[in-house]
Design a protein around this ligand. Structure first.
Ligand code: SF4
Length: 235
């Protein structure tokens, strides 16, 4: 049994890796997967990504849930990984949840399943009892969130989007001090000329890709500290 895994190179790590909020889950050796399951089967929630989103989660009949562990091979969908020690975030427009946060054992499990390893074998590699209820739950979470698929699964339908959404980071300044903030705050703000160029680029992209509406969101720092620019861009 080859249990070797890969790790994210330092060069691919993002600034968020400095996030060090104490969390009791971080010391657990049990694999843990957290994803947003809201709206399952309901309308598509608003996302910040212009990529098409899947319309419905992968559903399993109760009788088939147990078969996940023993049945046909499961495959990870292609996903971007972001290191947030001690967690890893997965992001993929091909998954229903779009984003999931995994602790290290869950991430190792997900990686091993990508090497055609059977779930039982992968669980053993990370030192976890494959027959435990928690193992079944973790596999279900990865499957329901769409980060694992069976070869026989039909592709999920994609939502047709007619709105292109864009975030404009109008200032790096903020008058608050949230404990979880990862932004390196400075007094730098977006100059009006850059804002106008950004708006033109968003409209150009919308026309080019057939979007009918545009939604702008303003971020910072605290965006209202650059309110004159926000008002000007809407003028
Ligand atoms: S930038 Fe956002 S998270 Fe950071 S201190 Fe300001 S409001 Fe809080």
């Amino acid at each position: 049994m080859n249990c070797k895994t890969t790790t994210t190179p330092d060069s691919q790590r993002r600034p968020l890796e400095n996030f060090k909020e104490p969390n009791p889950l971080s010391t657990s050796q049990q694999p843990i997967v957290i994803y947003n399951g809201r709206g399952a089967g309901g309308p598509v929630s608003e996302g910040d990504c212009a990529c098409p989103r899947t319309l419905s989660p992968q559903r399993l009949e109760a009788a088939n849930e147990n078969a996940l562990l023993h049945g046909e091979a499961l495959h990870p969908v292609a996903a971007q990984t972001v290191s947030l020690p001690p967690y890893v975030a997965l992001a993929s427009p091909q998954s229903w949840a779009s984003v999931a946060v995994l602790n290290k054992p869950a991430y190792l499990l997900w990686q091993m399943l990508g090497r055609e390893m059977q779930p039982k074998e992968a669980f053993r590699c990370i030192g976890v009892d494959p027959e435990a209820d928690s193992s079944r739950e973790v596999l279900l979470a990865l499957y329901r969130s769409g980060f694992l698929r069976k070869k026989t699964d039909t592709p999920l339908p994609l939502a047709v989007q007619d709105t292109l959404m864009a975030w404009l980071h109008v200032t790096n300044a903020c008058n608050l001090r949230c404990s979880y903030c990862y932004l390196h705050k400075t007094n730098v703000s977006m100059p009006p000329s850059v804002g106008r160029q950004a708006i033109e680029a968003v409209f150009r992209a919308a026309r080019q890709h057939g979007y009918r509406k545009i939604k702008l969101k303003y971020a910072g720092g605290e965006a209202t500290l650059n309110l004159p620019l926000v008002l000007e861009l809407h003028d």
